[in-house]
Design a binder for this molecule. Structure first.
Ligand SMILES: Cc1ncc(COP(=O)(O)O)c(C=O)c1O
Length: 400
């Protein structure tokens, strides 16, 4: 873990900046170039280890954003990728090899479940999935060839909270690398490096970029690990376009403001839904009834902008509700300024088996909300009218 120069709100805006007085552009210039020219062969040799050689190896626009991200996460270094999945797959491939074993919590993003349980297995790397908050299972699953403990907190879409100090202690006892997907939390609400987590990954597509207009990913961590991951990134080639990196940096400047509003509104909506008679259960880390609320309060400064809830009804009712909302657009993402609704069995978790989904608690009645920065009362009114539509249609079926 690296110390912080400033508080999170300041680092979101100024992180990575050289603050000395100088004559220069204030916004990050975009190096929209695939390659960099040099004066002679000696310079060519020197350039290979810089960010002005060839953009798949690096680019000054990337460097500026990577510095900002590392500062915000409190890590030695960071790397950008073409997507969140690219950040995750490249990072995992950089730290494990054929014959190695991974322990992963059961609740992880559906694309990651598929990567670990199908794709890696075909290449001789096995994963044991363990109940997310049953830590003795984590320890029991570790084998002599285990290299990596894969975590996600809070989890998508059930919002379980993983005890970071406990899992890091288990990993250290067995000399494992810890990797966490911290997309839902953002570096504003949670800084896993402070708990000793080695690598923090993000789908930057979500909160970091924040405006639903680009796909990107990031890995932040210890210098030696980031160097290994960089080499793998250069080989596999999943770098970000420099213009997209510029957009990411611009989005990050308002991260703290957006997340503060999203924390506040999501809690308000979670509390409202928890008292609604058509709602069976609400998942939100800072909700009074959340089983890990005390842990969430200890390791997070806000509950985040995502919540999920189970409607008292059928899968058909959940679909009707999601289609009846107007301010929550029906779309499979999260973390942007616009509120979104999705049904995980149709979107983020469609690609994993019904049995695995059942173990995760992802039912057909589960609805996920990503709360944007709109007015909270407008969002609550939209939810109430959609719940009323479902109630009316259930009553019609009962009468019919
Ligand atoms: C928690 C989490 N991790 C990773 C990803 C993958 O990110 P991307 O879509 O940017 O590849 C997602 C996408 O929804 C996600 O929700």
């Amino acid at each position: 873990m690296k110390g912080h120069r400033f508080r999170p709100e300041t680092e979101a805006v100024r992180g990575g900046d050289h603050l000395e007085k100088r004559n220069a552009a204030l916004a990050q210039p975009i190096y929209q170039t695939s390659t960099f020219q040099v004066t002679d062969s000696d310079e060519q040799l020197r350039a290979t280890s810089t960010d002005m050689f060839y953009t798949r190896y690096g680019n000054p626009t990337h460097t500026a954003v990577e510095r900002a991200l590392a500062e915000l996460e409190g890590t030695d270094a960071a790397l950008l990728f073409a997507s969140g999945m690219c950040a995750i797959t490249t990072t995992v491939l950089a730290v494990v090899k054929t014959g190695d074993h991974i322990v992963a919590q059961r609740d992880v993003y559906g694309g990651v479940t598929k990567f670990l349980s199908a794709w890696l297995v075909q290449r001789g790397i096995e994963t044991t999935f363990v109940d997310t908050t049953e830590y003795d299972q984590h320890a029991r699953a570790i084998r002599p060839n285990t290299r990596l403990l894969y975590l996600e907190s809070p989890t998508n879409p059930t919002l379980r909270v993983v005890d970071l100090a406990k899992t890091v202690a288990i990993a250290r006892d067995h000399d494992l690398i810890t990797l966490i997907d911290s997309t839902f939390a953002t570096p504003i609400n949670q800084r896993p490096a402070e708990f000793g987590v080695d690598i923090v990954v993000h789908s930057g597509t979500k909160y970091l970029a924040g405006h639903t207009d680009l796909i990107c990913g990031a890995a932040c961590g210890r210098r030696d690990l980031i160097d290994r991951i960089r080499e793998t990134r250069t080989t596999l080639g999943g770098v970000m376009d420099p213009h997209a990196a510029f957009l990411l940096r611009r989005g990050m400047k308002t991260l703290a403001l957006r997340v503060a509003r999203q924390n506040q509104t999501a809690l308000q909506i979670a509390e409202h839904l928890a008292h609604h008679r058509k709602v069976r259960a609400v998942n939100y880390p800072f909700l009074e009834a959340h089983p890990q609320r005390a842990l969430a309060l200890k390791q997070m400064t806000g509950g985040g902008g995502v919540l999920s809830f189970e409607i008292d009804g059928t899968g058909e009712d959940a679909r009707r509700l999601s289609e009846s909302l107007h301010l929550f657009s029906l779309a499979p993402s999260l973390g942007g300024v616009e509120s979104l609704v999705s049904i995980p069995v149709l979107t983020s978790h469609a690609m994993i088996s019904p049995e695995h989904r059942q173990k995760m608690g992802v039912s057909e009645q589960l609805i996920r909300l990503s709360v944007g920065i709109e007015n909270a009362d407008d969002l609550l009114a939209d939810l109430d009218q959609a719940l009323a539509v479902v109630t009316r249609s259930q009553q019609q079926v009962a009468v019919g």
